[in-house]
Structures are given as C-alpha cells and as structure tokens.
Design a binder for this molecule. Structure first.
Ligand code: AMP
Ligand code: ZN
Length: 117
C-alpha cells in the first residue's frame, strides 16, 4: 500500500533506526539527517516517515506531508543560518536519483551556481 514502509528501502531503515544517521531534526512526519556524501558545507536530507518513491508521488498522495518536508527544509536553513539555500528533489535515475524514497536535499553554506549542473 502507498506510504507503507519498504523492507529494502535505505531511508525507511533510517526512519526506523535500523541504520545510523546523523539526525538534525525530527517531527511526527519527517526526519532530517546529514548526507553521507555532502556536496556543500550544509547538506541535509529531509524525508517523510512514510514511503513514497519520489516527491511528486508524495505530494499527490499526502500533500500535507510534502508541505511538512518543505517547511522543515526552511526551518533547518534558518537554524544553520544559511544566507541562501537550495532545495532539490532529484526525480528519476536520469536526474541522479539513487534512493527511491522521497527526499529533499537542502544545500547551502557556499555559493550555489545557477543553472545547476
Ligand atoms: P539521490 O541521489 O537524490 O537519490 O540522493 C540520495 C542521497 O542519499 C545521496 O546524496 C547520498 O549521498 C545519500 N545517502 C546514501 N546513503 C546514505 C546514508 N546511509 N546516510 C546519509 N545519506 C545517505
Ligand atoms: Zn522508504
């Protein structure tokens, strides 16, 4: 069923505490942790506790939780005192998505070029 935990999903395992992560913030609906391979001085992943394969699927199925993910990204950016930041949802393998559990990349702490690569 949509939203149910997936046994073979890395981020479901982080949500359940089965794989360690450097947790930054948690809410009833979201977990945020530092990316293991940071691309910027601040690189935090914000994920919903529920499993959906990508951000658009999450927004379609559970829009309030998609909003929670975005709000958390903003809260963390404020906590980390970022002057500017970028929120990225890689969607599909062609865009570099490797973990098929919806997640926002929060990137900041350095100059961010536009357009991104
Ligand atoms: P994406 O490529 O958009 O699917 O993003 C997946 C992200 O998860 C990558 O930036 C990885 O570095 C990150 N990642 C993979 N495994 C872990 C882990 N165990 N803890 C934290 N971040 C991870
Ligand atoms: Zn999952």
């Amino acid at each position: 069923m949509a939203g149910e935990p997936q046994d073979d999903c890395l981020f479901c395992k982080i949500v359940r505490g089965q794989i360690p992560a450097t947790i930054v913030r948690e809410t009833e609906t979201t977990v945020a942790f530092r990316d293991i391979n940071p691309q910027a001085p601040t690189h935090v992943l914000v994920i919903p506790r529920v499993h959906h394969p990508d951000a658009a699927s999450l927004a379609a199925a559970e829009p309030a939780i998609a909003a929670d993910v975005l709000r958390e990204a903003g809260e963390i950016a404020a906590e980390e005192k970022l002057e500017g930041y970028r929120v990225v949802f890689n969607t599909g393998s062609g865009a570099g998505q490797t973990v098929f559990h919806a997640h926002a990349h929060l990137l900041g702490g350095r100059g961010l070029h536009w357009p991104p690569g």
